[in-house]
Ligand binder design. Structure first.
Ligand SMILES: *Cc1c(COP(=O)(O)O)cnc(C)c1O
Length: 440
């Protein structure tokens, strides 16, 4: 991550996040609720999500697009955070959804999002998944290969249905993000090369069971500059014109997601500049525009609260060992991601800082949330908030090291409510079978 992020100190992290405040008595508060009260009630580690933050981020994004008179339908990317309570918040705001599996699609259905408002993306959709989604009336399938086009045609044709499809174009643009989250380069596994789109689109128009309606692209995640979008959207606009020139009908352009957030004290994707880029590159195509943001809507609206088990000294090094670990929040281990970490105590915000490695108890060296991070003294039982963990947090968690899944809490309107109880130890093996056991 950028140097600016790594330089962000505790006061800067706090100042950049208006939903947070520090109170002398209650300690760190979020959306008006004392985080210590949540930890007291439900223990740690615990995910905390803020409904007001999610709504505010959604409204800021749609307002920026509205300001340019753009008609963009937002399809929340479910994989960022698939909790039903989160889906319900975006459904109530009028969002559709972008899903990448049948499981995610069924979650949207459980949350009451209309099937027609759901877009199905992904490089490997299984025939059984496609059949279920088509039979439920899914709104759009984003096709990633010629092979998949034939597969969808056969499945929908057999069912006597017509699936609306768009072709996902790989624009061969470098999103300037981490290599594990860039998706729009020619050698990534995603999408269809631009030169193959015209004949595949024409073929799709003749195949039974499908109706091609447009183009999709998604160039990566955690994108902080409008430049890669400008390049990719210009290529998409050119493709729309090219297809229309050959008499093909194009009514949808799906702009993907990827809008980045500030993990330090920088602001993240500037919405006004993004909206202006959309307006400039694709604003006058006369197509229905779709946007698939995930991280932008939920990342800063969530955190992982954790307690310090102990501070360990090993020679010169200082380790703060938390009760949260890489099985809960995998991003630092997987992407070397930087997350801000704030103490919950007001006194700790004033204390002298010294470098520490903030780690979890899992038996892997990768189980490290922060290296050489200036931190105050953190005695056993003191607590921290690992910030900006609302996206790609709980959804990636596992029970590695037989660690039960953390609880989750939703803050709304000055109150908090448990939305996922902490998994119990018994539940870890509740569905496991020992062959032969109980047969004697
Ligand atoms: C992951 C993904 C998104 C969401 O990405 P964010 O970076 O969370 O906005 C959108 N569209 C597709 C196709 C995706 O795979």
């Amino acid at each position: 991550m950028a140097d600016a992020t790594q330089a962000a100190g505790l006061p800067e992290l706090l100042a950049a996040r208006p939903a947070f405040s520090m109170h002398a008595q209650d300690g760190l508060c979020f959306e008006g609720v004392a985080l210590n009260a949540i930890a007291d009630a439900h223990g740690t580690p615990v995910w905390v999500y803020g409904a007001a933050s999610m709504r505010a981020r959604y409204r800021a994004l749609t307002a920026a697009l509205d300001a340019h008179g753009l008609d963009v339908h937002v399809h929340y990317a479910v994989k960022a955070n698939d909790h039903l309570a989160v889906l319900n918040i975006f459904r109530a705001l009028g969002a559709g959804a972008d899903v990448v599996s049948l499981g995610e699609f069924m979650r949207t259905q459980r949350a009451g999002i209309a099937a027609a408002d759901v877009v199905y993306s992904g490089v490997g959709k299984a025939p059984a998944e496609l059949a279920e989604a088509i039979s439920a009336g899914i709104g759009q399938i984003n096709v990633e290969s010629a092979e998949e086009l034939d597969m969808i045609s056969a499945i929908a044709g057999q069912m006597g249905r017509t699936a609306q499809v768009v072709l996902r174009m790989n624009p061969d643009v470098d999103a300037g993000t981490h290599e594990k989250i860039t998706t729009g380069l020619a050698d990534n596994k995603f999408g269809i090369a631009a030169q193959d789109i015209p004949y595949l689109y024409a073929r799709a128009a003749r195949l039974p069971g499908i109706r091609p309606v447009g183009i999709a692209l998604h160039i990566g995640s955690q994108i902080l500059s409008t430049e890669p979008y400008a390049q990719a959207y210009a290529k998409a606009a050119a493709m729309v014109c090219k297809l229309r020139d050959t008499g093909l009908e194009v009514t949808v352009l799906d702009l993907g997601g990827g809008l980045g957030i500030g993990y330090g004290d920088e602001p993240g994707m500037p919405l006004a500049a993004f909206a202006s880029t959309v307006h400039r590159e694709v604003g006058d195509l006369g197509v229905q525009l779709l946007l698939e943001p995930g991280r932008y809507l939920v990342g800063p609206a969530g955190m992982l609260l954790s307690s310090v088990i102990l501070e360990k000294r090993a020679g010169e090094r200082r380790f703060i060992v938390l009760d949260a670990a890489m099985n809960d929040l995998m991003r630092p281990a997987l992407y070397e991601a930087w997350h801000g970490i704030l103490p919950l105590g007001a006194a700790q915000m004033q204390s002298p800082l010294s470098p520490a490695d903030v780690v979890g108890p899992v038996c892997e060296s990768a189980d490290c949330f922060a290296k050489d991070r200036p931190m105050p003294p953190m005695g056993p039982g003191s607590r921290v908030a690992i910030l900006d963990a609302g996206a790609y947090g709980a959804v990636m968690s596992s029970t590695y090291n037989a660690r039960p899944r953390a609880a989750a809490v939703l803050v709304d309107d000055g109150r908090f409510q448990l939305i996922t109880p902490r998994q119990t130890i018994d539940e870890l093996w509740a569905d496991e079978v020992i062959p032969g056991a109980g047969e004697e």
